[in-house]
Design a protein around this ligand. Structure first.
Ligand code: NAP
Length: 239
């Protein structure tokens, strides 16, 4: 699929990986709908191209459905959905509180499922569409302290494969990206000691950049023969 003039919704695109995906797709000539929970894009964000911002909270099913409606109202359609918004609330499983489990599953799994369902119908009808879900290497391999996050991300991988099967006959593709350790607010929250430890485990010996994840998203839109896959972007961390 060519990105030029296509309408892309990127959830959680006020910063980090989502913002890098929005920038990449704008540079390719797409119309991009950015999203976050705030009223407007942060003032520090400057973008070139045809874009809009839609406020919406993926933490509830109602919020996700409303976001689908509001996004469709902007340009009349959504051709490409990037389920990028995500949160983590890490703690060893024995001490993990119900709220931490519920909130992470809500934003990282239930919200994206509700949003996708609301837009999937329109894509099937149009007989075209691309869905990209931001999973994580943690969803493929597990990680101590991230039982809630790993469950949500593994759920996204299974969800991706299923909608890829259901969408295939009507021209709709779905893929996931599993980043390793990418420089963003999410990873900046880790202590320097933990960041250094993780870096040592990465064969390419550095954290990834949000723009490098965006390149994978671009490939997954432009290549028409890839569906149901999870592309790992992790500097070799999980070799
Ligand atoms: N960074 C990594 O190393 C890494 C690794 C593997 C996977 N990932 C995944 O990649 C995605 C992006 O990560 P990131 O590192 O770029 O994260 P980030 O810098 O923390 O950005 C998260 C984005 O999600 C938005 N968001 C959070 N809660 C939301 C909600 N309830 N409704 C709507 N938007 C919400 C935030 O917007 P507001 O705060 O403005 O609402 C922000 O734009 C996530 O799904 C993450 O799990 C990241």
């Amino acid at each position: 699929m060519e990105l030029k003039d296509k309408v892309v919704l990127v959830t959680g695109s006020t910063r980090g990986i989502g913002l890098a995906i929005a920038e990449n797709f704008l540079a390719a000539g797409a119309k991009v709908i950015l999203n976050g929970r705030g009223e407007a894009l942060p003032e520090t964000v400057t973008l070139d191209g045809d874009y809009a911002y839609v406020s919406g909270d993926l933490g509830t099913v109602a919020g996700a459905k409303q976001l689908a409606k509001d996004a469709l109202a902007v340009y009349g359609q959504v051709d490409i959905l990037v389920n990028n918004a995500g949160i983590n609330q890490d703690k060893l499983f024995v001490g993990m509180k119900d709220e931490a489990i519920d909130q992470v599953l809500a934003v990282d799994l239930r919200g994206p499922i509700a949003l996708t369902q609301a837009l999937f119908k329109q894509m099937l009808k149009a007989r075209a569409g691309v869905i990209i879900n931001l999973a994580s290497v943690v969803g493929l391999h597990g990680n101590a302290g991230q039982a809630n996050y790993a469950a949500a991300k593994a759920g996204l991988v299974g969800f991706t494969k299923t909608i890829a099967r259901e969408g295939a006959l009507r021209g709709v593709r779905a893929n996931a990206i599993a980043p390793g350790m990418i420089e963003s607010a999410m990873t900046a929250a880790l202590s320097e000691r933990v960041q250094a430890q993780i870096k040592d485990e990465i064969p390419l010996n550095r954290l990834g950049q949000p723009a490098e994840v965006a390149q994978a998203a671009r490939f997954l839109v432009e290549n028409d023969y890839v569906t149901g896959q999870t592309i790992v972007v992790d500097g070799g961390m999980t070799i």
